[in-house]
Design a protein around this ligand. Structure first.
Ligand SMILES: Cc1cc2nc3c(=O)[nH]c(=O)nc-3n(C[C@H](O)[C@H](O)[C@H](O)COP(=O)(O)O)c2cc1C
Length: 324
């Protein structure tokens, strides 16, 4: 009976791809990938997350697919036009990889760039550490795509080295574009569960991430506008944003965000609970009314005018914005 049960379980596992780690289904065994069958390994029209990776020996590939599986993300593999042979990767022998890493101008050609990267808000960028840095094909990629307005999450694997300056050097290629999170180095023995827990802990996907506001520690429910200013504010909030506000005019609190956001000012009559952007870089929250040209950010939905006045009308406050 025990044997029969074991057989049935094995059969169920074999027949149910959902129970298998995604990468097991797509595993490659050598660096010589068939570039014509890539790069679009998976396309989910509803996702706002793209996992881009480069891997020659499947370690990063396994991590990339674990992340993609957890976040229902699309996957794009960076495929060099000339695949790396085993000899090319025999590091410390003066091999091709050694020479490329040694040459800051090296930009090995890649077979393709991701299609329509505009539709993604978040890009996970996975690579192996080669001589303390990202392989030069990552440089080729980043000089060919625009990560403006996106959150970039670098992650890497290595035999023993940390991420070091690898992600900072990649970021430098893109100017000030996008919001780059700290690079995550995944140990070679990381389990799929550990990698997925890390990916999920950042709560970066469309469905799950919500910008939360608190005023002097009191949570305020906000209905945010769907515009570029709110998206840029959420990028800052994802790293934790604290704004020191000052009472002004007997009807509002205003404070410097510390960075300019995309503005689209319109003449507006505000009401209690409204949140607007003033002069491109000031957050304003109203407990009364004013008429001025602002960019709409949102509205606090769970406070009466009396509650707003008692929160904001009794001295300067601190506003905290986070993405959870
Ligand atoms: C050319 C080359 C250079 C490497 N340099 C380093 C290094 O500096 N530090 C390190 O810990 N591992 C280094 N490694 C090992 C890889 O980072 C590690 O095996 C990685 O997990 C491979 O990922 P992959 O299987 O997805 O290709 C190097 C590997 C190669 C091929």
């Amino acid at each position: 009976m025990k044997k029969l049960c074991a057989l049935l379980v094995s059969l169920a596992l074999l027949m149910s791809p959902a129970l298998l780690p995604a990468y097991a289904l797509d595993a490659v065994t050598s660096a010589t990938l068939d570039i014509s069958s890539l790069p679009a390994l998976r396309q989910n029209p509803d996702t706002n997350v793209l996992v881009i990776y480069f891997s020659t020996d499947d370690t990063v590939k396994a991590a990339a697919f674990a992340v993609a599986e957890a976040l229902a993300a699309d996957v794009f593999e960076i495929v060099p036009e000339t695949p790396y042979s085993a000899a090319d990767l025999a590091y410390y022998t003066g091999c091709r990889a050694d020479r490329e890493q040694d040459d800051s101008a090296s930009r090995p050609a890649i077979a393709a760039f991701p299609e329509s990267p505009d539709r993604y808000d978040v890009i996970f960028l996975g690579y192996p550490i080669w001589h303390g840095q990202a392989p030069r094909v990552l440089y080729t990629l980043l000089e060919g795509i625009d990560v403006s307005g996106k959150t970039v999450v670098p992650f890497c694997t290595s035999a023993s080295s940390g991420a070091g300056s690898s992600a900072k050097n990649l970021q430098a290629l893109t100017g000030a574009a996008g919001t780059w999170l700290d690079a995550k180095r995944l140990a070679n023995h990381s389990t799929t569960e550990e990698i997925q827990a890390w990916a999920l802990s950042m709560k970066l996907t469309k469905e799950e991430s919500v910008m939360k506001m608190s005023i002097n520690g009191t949570a305020a429910a906000v209905e945010w506008e769907d515009n570029d200013a709110v998206r840029a504010l959420a990028e800052l909030a994802a790293r934790g944003l604290t704004i020191r506000m000052s009472m002004y005019g007997g009807f509002e609190q205003v404070g410097a965000i510390g960075q300019r956001l995309p503005s689209a000012d319109v003449q507006t009559v505000t009401a209690s609970g409204d949140i607007v952007l003033y002069a491109g870089d000031q957050l304003v929250v109203f407990y009364g009314s004013n008429s001025w040209a602002y960019t709409w950010l949102g509205h606090i939905t769970d406070k009466t005018p009396e509650e707003m006045r008692s929160l904001l009308g009794n001295g300067d406050v601190t506003i905290t914005l986070t993405v959870e």
